[in-house]
Design a protein around this ligand. Structure first.
Ligand code: FPP
Length: 271
């Protein structure tokens, strides 16, 4: 942990956190780049460019507080299919230049880069740069920054089921043997814990096909702030909110259960 490297404002929020209850994995839906640009009468691409700065700054705060996993939704399968080609091409160029100019900062911050999604469908020169950044940072031991690129939660499940079906066929296993653990093993995220906290910027109350299997018990935090205005301090505020919640995983939690030994069911009269 490099708490002394936080800004004074970040340190003030960090000081309110319970260190023993920090999340292990924070996932973020980065939304609102277009609106940010629109509010300033700028072209959408300038919003994305500013959004790339937020990616770097938030990642650095994550690395300073020792967050093990940060997973950002950078580009969905749907973005790839439904946005104008010019915007998709811009996002691809932005990703390349982002990687080129930030890998050194990733090294300085001990950040390891990984990706999830149908990466093989991205342009070869983008894949090349991604591979280079992943290799260069592979031995870093701080935060793992995972970028979800050409990612969709349902297509991830399709890929997982295909992998699992092939394995079962090869091992001649019957479907009754399938467990949740088997499905987990075939997800793109097999190597990481499920997110504890999902943050969505720019106010929309949607999951947008993000990490559908993994967020079963994740706490969700939605902020009106647009992604280009989102900074490390806002992630710390989201973590503070997360720490005020009681996670129950379908159980009764810390305050539940008292006085409820074998109660008689209340009779409900039918009229
Ligand atoms: C949502 O804004 C954001 C995206 C579709 C792309 C996310 C990309 C970045 C944050 C920048 C590039 C990332 C990296 C890693 C270099 P939107 O365009 O949907 O905004 P809107 O809903 O206001 O139109």
């Amino acid at each position: 942990m490099r708490i002394q490297e936080l800004t004074a404002e970040e340190r003030a929020v960090y000081a309110t956190l319970k260190p023993e209850r920090l999340p292990e994995h924070v996932a973020i839906i980065m939304d609102g780049n277009g609106r940010w640009a629109g509010h300033r009468s700028l072209k959408r691409f300038l919003g994305h460019q500013q959004g790339a700065k937020s990616v770097q700054l938030v990642t650095e705060t994550a690395s300073r507080i020792g967050l093990p996993w940060l997973t950002l939704y950078a580009f969905s399968l749907e973005n790839n299919l439904r946005r104008p080609r010019s915007e998709v091409n811009f996002l691809m160029r932005l990703l390349r230049s982002y990687l080129e100019s930030n890998v050194q900062r990733m090294m300085d911050n001990n950040v390891r880069m990984r990706y999830i999604g149908r990466i093989h469908e991205l342009p070869p020169e983008v894949q090349e740069k991604m591979h280079w950044a992943e290799e260069t940072t592979a031995r870093n031991t701080g935060t793992t920054l995972t970028l979800a690129l050409n990612y969709g939660g349902r297509s991830e499940l399709v890929d997982a089921f295909r992998g699992l079906a092939a394995e079962m066929k090869q091992k001649d296993l019957s479907p009754e043997r399938i467990t949740e653990e088997d499905i987990h093993r075939h997800l793109y995220t097999a190597h990481m814990p499920d997110p504890d906290l999902l943050i969505r910027t720019s106010g929309e109350m949607r999951l947008s096909n993000y990490l559908l299997w993994q967020i079963a018990y994740t706490e969700i935090f939605v902020t009106e702030r647009l992604w280009p205005d989102f900074r490390g301090i806002h992630m710390l505020e989201a973590i503070a909110d997360f720490q005020r919640r009681e996670r129950r995983y379908g159980g009764l939690g810390e305050s539940g259960g008292e006085g409820s030994e074998d109660p008689e069911p209340v009779k409900i009269a039918a009229h």
